[in-house]
Design a protein around this ligand. Structure first.
Ligand code: AMP
Length: 218
């Protein structure tokens, strides 16, 4: 079964994708994570996308479609961070058709700008192992140091204040069209994602139950 997780930057896409992928045993495809790994490893693709990412801009559609095509190879998957505009949604339809893969559920994590700003501006990430922290809700035991590996905690380049605003504006511009596109085509699940992750997960789980998917793996 195929799931798309959609929402503004900071809506909790990464967290919920992780939880759902473990719970339902789905292959996780997180485009942002894949691109960040390429940048970190300084590959040809990483060098191509780094500048866009640092500015909080979308990487060109043709480049990300190639990445998705290479990673989308089975029917049980959860896709996060893609598509982010209507052109990408159409390109994804072509990829799915070619590979005979289906999207069953579309999960929209709905949050306000205030929540997003609070989450992202206080997010810190370990430079070594990638573990995320939040200065208020999930602070590290020792300031600036990762609990897991003692790596240095930094602000992601695209979590700087001016970049957060830019990413939010892009989301507003493209988001509505994406929602309309998938409302008609999938089991469309909308949840209030400003609540804590446990509550959001339970809400999603209850709504996923309406499909054939959850009947066989609840
Ligand atoms: P994320 O971690 O999902 O917020 O993504 C981090 C960055 O990766 C974005 O700000 C974009 O530069 C790039 N990116 C992620 N997903 C896409 C996408 N669907 N299309 C283009 N660029 C993307």
């Amino acid at each position: 079964m195929g799931i798309i997780v959609f929402g503004a930057p900071g809506s909790g896409k990464g967290t919920h994708t992780e939880i759902l992928s473990a719970h339902y045993n789905l292959k996780k495809i997180s485009l942002g994570d894949i691109l960040r790994e390429e940048v970190k490893a300084d590959t040809a693709l990483g060098r191509e996308v780094k500048n866009y990412m640092d500015r909080g801009e979308l990487v060109p559609d043709e480049i990300v479609a190639r990445v998705i095509e290479n990673n989308l190879n089975e029917n049980n998957f959860i896709l996060e961070g893609y598509p982010r505009n209507i052109k990408q949604a159409q390109m994804l339809e072509d990829i799915l058709r070619k590979k005979n893969i289906k999207i069953d559920n579309f999960i929209y994590l709905n949050v306000t700008w205030e929540t997003i700003f609070e989450r992202l501006s206080k997010r810190r990430v370990c430079i070594k192992c990638g573990q995320n922290y939040h200065l208020k809700n999930m602070p590290p035991k020792k300031e600036g140091v990762c609990d897991k590996c003692s790596g240095e905690l930094i602000i992601r380049d695209d979590d700087r204040k001016e970049v957060i605003k830019n990413r939010w504006n892009i989301f507003l511009k493209e988001g509505l069209q994406i929602l309309n596109f998938y409302r008609k085509r999938t089991n469309f699940i909308e949840v209030d994602a400003s609540r804590n992750s446990e509550e959001v997960f339970l809400d999603i789980k209850a709504k996923l139950k309406k499909t054939s998917f959850a009947q066989c793996s609840s």
